[in-house]
Design a protein around this ligand. Structure first.
Ligand SMILES: [Zn+2]
Length: 146
């Protein structure tokens, strides 16, 4: 998941949006993931959390829309989740994600803090701006964020 918690900054930056702007080739080769752009699917899967910009469900990446100023970072973030999901054979990813989130909610009593504390999110946020990260990333890199 990728959240955008600062909506006012984002609204300002949306002024610079380019129509029909799509993630570019350098990072993404065709067929690397299946792209779905659908605000209503994101709303259903996020329990109507309008701050969710994208979600990774291997082999799909769902986007609310593609006009985010930081669409490349969002895409890279979701691709890091894809790598985590693939190496955990998908289902255990969700189990560990859920348990770490639950543990973090109990620890912080704060949804936002808990979300950012999930090991998979820590890794994805730490490296989403590094477009070479996935080329050199080692298996199980999320483990050190536990
Ligand atoms: Zn995420």
């Amino acid at each position: 998941m990728h959240h955008s918690f600062n909506q006012s900054v984002e609204m300002q930056l949306l002024k610079y949006e380019r129509p029909n702007f799509t993630p570019s080739k350098p990072m993404i080769k065709a067929g690397k993931y299946i792209r779905i752009v659908s605000p209503w699917i994101i709303n259903i899967l996020s329990y109507n959390d309008k701050k969710v910009t994208a979600m990774a469900y291997w082999p799909f990446i769902l986007f609310r829309h593609l006009n985010y100023h930081n669409i490349y970072e969002i895409e890279n973030h979701e691709l890091i989740h894809h790598q985590q999901q693939k190496e955990l054979l998908v289902v255990p990813f969700y189990l560990i994600y859920f348990l770490h989130f639950l543990f973090s909610i109990i620890r912080f009593l704060n949804y936002k803090k808990a979300y950012y504390n999930v090991c998979f999110e820590k890794e994805a946020y730490a490296h989403e701006k590094d477009f070479n990260y996935l080329k050199s990333r080692k298996w199980g890199a999320w483990f050190k964020y536990l």
